[in-house]
Design a protein around this ligand. Structure first.
Ligand SMILES: [Mn+2]
Length: 312
């Protein structure tokens, strides 16, 4: 981040994500970062509505040039997002108590930006909001591939709560609405206990590939993992990161922490599989940071670090 952006942040109190130029109206650009301050889809521990502010604040002190995960691979250096034409589009004006309004507003705003040819990156907000982005982007690009990092498969039947949509149902909803190409959907980090196996059976029947942390770490499965990750990008793709994919020792401030999660390095390795896709993802998000919960500062720092790499 440049000195004048830091100075501008001090003077105005506004801290655009990673010092990106602030632009509130949809316009042509490489991509736009959009906050989604809503957690109306959370079941247990609320707070993600404040995630966008915590992420922008945590990113304030970060350098714009991410360190490559390895310097000896002979790959080109990662560039800063600003240099590649990314903007901070501010927050999408979601109402914190109406998930239906929030989903419509996310869909409309993401759709308006995407119409200009822009890629979109959401700062959550709870994970139900991803559905709004998928509805907008699938309308433009057709069914999407999905790389989904999460402790939970998010394909529960909503009926138990009397609603089809909350932060644990959006994958089922997106598959049923035809927003995803099930042959190009890969989930990684899954480990949460379940009430029954209906959710996994539904995903297996759809053809979704699922990876637990133990499977991700098994060297015998490395070639299959490589192939699964590559398959997501054989067409327009979306990358969705629920922070609870990471271990709660690193990221405790999430609604549904589950022990035994991914490390930062494991997460970066999965994210960076997208660099080998023929085309960059059309949309991505980083969801479920709840800065009202214990460990918020450390959690936000990890989240901002991952976001920097997602945009690089
Ligand atoms: Mn999730």
């Amino acid at each position: 981040m440049s000195a004048d952006v830091l100075m501008q942040g001090l003077r105005t109190g506004l801290t655009p994500f990673l010092g990106l130029p602030l632009a509130l109206d949809p316009q042509p650009a490489t991509g736009v970062v959009l906050g989604v301050p809503c957690d109306a889809g959370v079941i247990n521990r609320p707070g993600a509505r404040l995630g966008p502010w915590a992420l922008r604040s945590a990113a304030m002190g970060l350098g714009a040039h991410p360190m490559p995960r390895r310097l000896r691979e002979g790959r080109p250096l990662l560039g800063p997002a600003a240099a590649h034409g990314w903007l901070d589009g501010g927050n999408i004006p979601t109402l914190p108590f109406s998930l239906a309004q929030a989903l419509d507003t996310v869909q409309a705003t993401v759709g308006a930006w995407a119409m200009t040819g822009c890629r979109t990156f959401l700062l959550g907000g709870d994970h139900a909001l991803t559905l709004g982005a998928l509805r907008a982007l699938a309308r433009q690009h057709g069914p999407l591939g999905l790389l989904h990092l999460d402790a939970h498969p998010d394909a529960a039947e909503g009926a138990a709560w009397g609603t089809d949509i909350h932060h644990g149902t959006w994958v089922r909803q997106a598959l049923e609405e035809g927003l995803l190409d099930p042959e190009r959907v890969v989930q990684a980090g899954l480990r949460a206990p379940r009430f029954d196996d209906g959710e996994l059976a539904f995903l297996q029947a759809a053809g979704v590939r699922m990876w637990t942390p133990a499977d991700l770490r098994d060297p015998r499965l490395a070639p299959r993992l490589e192939e699964d990750l590559a398959s997501v990008g054989r067409g327009p793709a979306y990358l969705s990161l629920d922070l609870d994919a990471l271990d709660p020792a690193l990221v405790p401030a999430v609604a549904e922490p589950v022990p035994g999660g991914l490390s930062v390095d494991e997460t970066l390795r999965l994210i960076q599989a997208a660099r080998r896709w023929p085309d960059p993802w059309v949309g991505a998000d980083l969801m479920e940071l709840a800065p009202t919960l214990e460990g918020a500062e450390a959690s936000a720092r990890v989240a901002a670090h991952l976001a920097l790499h997602l945009l690089a």
